[in-house]
Design a binder for this molecule. Structure first.
Ligand code: HEC
Length: 133
């Protein structure tokens, strides 16, 4: 079993944990936590996760942007739909160096397909909550 598969299994169980009996605040924190797990598993290798820079950082010809700076680079506004589109479709604009990299495809393999949108929503939400002021 590959490391990716093992991570995926952990990941699937996290997505499917029941969010039962939680208040709105807890549900919010829970969503951020799920997004964080996705980020740590699929994104941090390239984009880094403070205080660590990504393990792949040196291997990339063009460094992966710091995703805590998205809002700052966009006049203080977090472009939620654009970010989701980049994650969903890959090479729309952001992953232009890797045209085939659609995270949705991976998420559809690694989670029950009907959860793929939720995974994208949660990781986007995590990013939104971690924007630099
Ligand atoms: C293999 C390395 C790699 C991985 C893994 C990766 N990215 Fe990226 N990402 C990049 C690179 C490189 C760019 C910049 C591409 C460009 O500008 O053409 C980028 C750009 C982006 C952008 C656009 C940022 C902006 O300000 O325009 C977003 C959003 C993004 N990535 C989200 C993610 C998410 C979410 C994940 C995990 C699900 C992820 N990336 C995984 C390498 C990666």
């Amino acid at each position: 079993m590959t490391t990716v598969r093992v991570l995926s299994l952990i990941f699937v169980s996290l997505v499917l944990l029941p969010a039962a009996d939680v208040g709105a605040e807890d549900a919010d924190a829970y969503r951020v936590e799920l997004g964080k797990m996705t980020y740590r598993t699929y994104c941090a290798l390239c984009h880094g996760m403070a205080p660590d820079t990504g393990l792949f950082a040196d291997a990339l010809k063009k460094p992966a942007p710091d995703l805590t700076q998205i809002a700052k680079r966009n006049g203080g506004m977090f472009p939620e739909e654009r970010v989701k589109a980049i994650i969903r479709d890959g090479g729309v604009s952001g992953h232009g160096t890797m045209r085939l990299l659609s995270w949705e495809r991976y998420f559809r393999q690694d989670t029950p397909p009907e959860h793929a949108d939720e995974v994208i929503d949660n990781v986007t939400y995590y990013l939104q909550k971690h924007q630099a002021p």
